[in-house]
Design a protein around this ligand. Sequence first.
Ligand code: EPU
Length: 421
Amino acid sequence: MDKFIIKGGKKLEGKVTVSGAKNSALVLMPAALLNTGINHISNTPEVNDIYTMIKLLKHLGVNSDFSEHNLILDTSNITNLIAPYDHVKKMRASVYVLGPLLARYGSAKVSLPGGCAWGPRPINLHLEAMKKLGAEIVLEEGYIIAKSSRLHGAKIHFDVSSVGATGNALMAAVLAKGTSVISNASIEPEIVLLTDFLTAMGAKIRGRGTTTLEVDGVDDLVPSSVKNISDRIEAGTLLTAAAITRSKIEIVYGEIDNIESELFKLESSGVKILRNNEIIEIDARDSSIKNVDVTTAVFPGFPTDMQAQWTAFMTLSDGTSTITDTIYHDRFSHVPELNRLGANIEILNNSAIVKGVKELKGAKVMSTDLRASASLVLAGLAAHGITEVLRIYHLDRGYQRIEEKLRSLGADIERVNTPEY
Ligand code: EPU
């Protein structure tokens, strides 16, 4: 098992390129199941969740080749329509194979994902959407068993905006017979890119990027290619690393509109942001950290996947800030660990009340999930002394060798193999 050893207090300087987005690649990959042949996804990040999805797709019969961030998925020989527990328990996004398998092959057996480190994450909306499209769904021995001769178009309204349920519903609707209307659909950039990939395969979708997607189902889709977008959460994490260490860095990041909510909050905290096409410069050298409240929301709101990192940043602000997570009410497992570093944070319902402290002090802390781990790394970079972040396998699920990026910016961070758990 690996851990990070961070000697805090180093200023960061220089330029790094943000990797491709994990969460968009995770929905583009199963979309390839909708056609028969060779699909290309470029700018795919080398992170463990991607390898987990490759293994799941291989189990279904998809041949893949992954090098230099180019992922080739050959869906010519699907032999299995079962996503077993051993794969799904590692990653909830495995449930994305449900819609494509059902739409293309009329049958899917997918393990129920179960709980998550920070509480319940239901998939009722995915299942309701499949039922509306005509699937018969039975839950048996921990599995979703879904069947349908041919899905038919339907009206699907989501009570809650869900990235995953929109993705699954869209992937199923593109091969259904007739027209579907998906309302209160997610407009997250990952779903917009999925729409583009499906359209390139021959799908007929109207309302790209809006909360109402209209889909005229087609009989067949053809293999296609797509360039993945950059990871907006990695971008936000790196910018916040500069902010918390009072540094100046540049990031190379393609889709600036996707992170305006993060940039806006950073500017409110007193740092300077310069937007220059694909380069974003952050300069946090001359200001103290103003306390800034944040409430997470669906896109284009402030993302829940940046909540933990923002909480870490606010621990060193010069006031009290309230950070509320409206997407995942219990996503605060980083808080006790940040407090071990000297932060002063209390949880009140779905909010963290962060009273800024003068300094953080290094200690051993434990990662509990992907974004919690990132918040501990940020705190460690700013803390006095040595911080050890244990269980960074969580971090490796979604950040491509972040320690190398941070080291290239001057951080003193080292990955060490350890028997500690
Ligand atoms: N929800 C339901 N029922 C459902 C599905 C969702 O009630 O059937 C609720 C959830 O409980 C939550 C809200 O809807 O309150 C939104 O969840 P959503 O379905 O949008 O989340 P997701 O698709 O499971 C993706 C990302 C998460 C990210 C969320 C929110 C992927 C693979 N995962 O999850 O990313 O937090 O959207 O933006 O795209 C991460 O990268 O660290 C991560 C957890």
